[in-house]
Design a protein around this ligand. Structure first.
Ligand code: PLP
Length: 385
């Protein structure tokens, strides 16, 4: 029986949050591979740490509660989590993915699962009719992200779940950008949620990990089997780091989003900036749908400088914000999608998609917003041609 009703409290007290053996207020790091058994053939709760580990189990019960699911599963990376979920399907099955899913999701389908006869098709999940039209009898699932990288494209969770169920598809959402604090896809009818916990859930750029939450007991049973059979589990120390990160998720996300909002407003009024992509701005294309399904705009912003800027100079001039892959940590990070995350897409197609050479993606941290704005301002001024 829970003695609270708000998610901010769940972040701290949710799931198995204390140690049943000692009363330790933090679940210890059970750094063990195996467990002593009293007798042969007896019932054992813990037998081997690939199958189950108390620290990992605490995290798994926590994420299940946060997303409002049936069960949670922790993996060694977001990609290991996605791989376990895609392993639900078999030869002849097809998976629809939105046009801007994480590059690694596309890659594992295109280069690994294709070898086993699981196919995929890229669809525009922002348009209900286009999505429904792509559903042929072999389609068994849909994987979406909203907002999606790098243009923060918004997909309507309720609409996709509704159409998916009409056609018996498993609806899968990668909720990495939003976290369960800002958006809970299972509440809109999705079946499975996946996270790269490397990002906001870990929150401190010090762990690579992934999570899965299932809403249906049949999927829980299957994912538990796949997790143990294929073995991409999160270790006890990484599980501990995720639990520790999640405790401060609400305060971090509030500050992340406030900073992002301030920066987006600054950029919007800047004549050196051609376009600002941020779901929290009322002028943003998907704003109304996003507002319906998420608490705020999150902390990912993309923006495009006008032509009279040297993009290399912009990145070279930043003094506080770090140029790096990844996102979701306390420190602000910036990246250049055209040469980094989306470099594998041919230039013509990339530009057509809106990923121009002057596009910048910013993961807004929890530093002081005016310090961040000053850094962006001087880098923009320095990069004018
Ligand atoms: C980073 C990321 C992943 C992959 O997660 P890893 O932890 O790097 O394996 C998947 N989806 C999204 C949206 C991501 O940002």
């Amino acid at each position: 029986m829970k003695h609270y009703s708000h998610i901010e409290t769940s972040f701290i007290h949710g799931g198995i949050s204390t140690d049943e053996h000692t009363g330790a207020v933090n679940v210890p790091i059970y750094q063990t591979s195996t467990y002593a058994q009293k007798n042969i053939g007896g019932e054992v709760k813990w037998e081997y740490s690939r199958t189950g580990n108390p620290t990992r189990a605490a995290l798994e019960s926590l994420i299940a509660e946060l997303e409002g699911g049936d069960a949670g599963f922790a993996f060694g990376s977001g990609m290991a989590a996605l791989t376990a979920v895609i392993s639900l399907f078999k030869t002849g099955d097809k998976i629809l993915i939105s046009s801007n899913v994480y590059g690694g999701t596309y890659r594992v389908l295109d280069k690994i699962f294709s070898n086993f006869g699981i196919t995929y098709e890229i669809t525009d999940t922002t348009r209900e009719s286009a999505f429904e039209k792509a559903i042929t009898p072999d389609v068994k699932a849909v994987i979406i992200e909203t907002p999606a990288n790098p243009l923060l494209t918004v997909t309507d969770l309720e609409a996709i779940a509704r159409i998916a169920h009409k056609h018996n598809l498993v609806a899968i959402a990668d909720n990495t950008f939003m976290t369960p604090y800002l958006q809970r896809p299972l509440e809109f009818g999705f079946d499975i949620v996946v996270h790269s916990a490397t990002k906001y859930l870990g929150g401190h750029s010090d762990v690579v990990a992934g999570l899965v939450v299932t809403s249906k007991p049949e999927h829980s049973k299957q994912i538990a089997f796949i997790q143990n059979a294929t073995g991409g589990v999160a270790g006890p120390f990484d599980s501990f780091l995720m639990i520790r990160g999640i405790k401060t998720l609400a305060v971090r996300m509030d500050r992340h989003a406030q900073n992002a909002h301030d920066i987006a407003e600054y950029l919007q009024l800047n004549s050196d900036v051609k376009t600002v992509y941020y779901p929290g701005l009322t002028s943003f294309k998907g704003h109304d749908i996003h507002k319906k399904q998420a608490k705020n705009g999150g902390a990912m912003i993309s923006f495009e400088l006008t032509e009279n800027h040297d993009i290399r100079k912009f990145f070279g001039s930043l003094k506080l914000i770090t140029l790096a892959e990844s996102l979701g940590g306390v420190e602000s990070l910036v990246c250049h999608p055209a040469s980094m995350t989306h470099a594998s897409i041919p230039r013509d197609l990339r530009v057509k998609l809106g990923i121009t050479d002057n596009l910048i993606r910013l993961s807004v941290g929890i530093e002081n917003a005016s310090d961040l704005i000053s850094d962006i301002k001087q880098a923009i001024e320095n990069s004018r041609i």
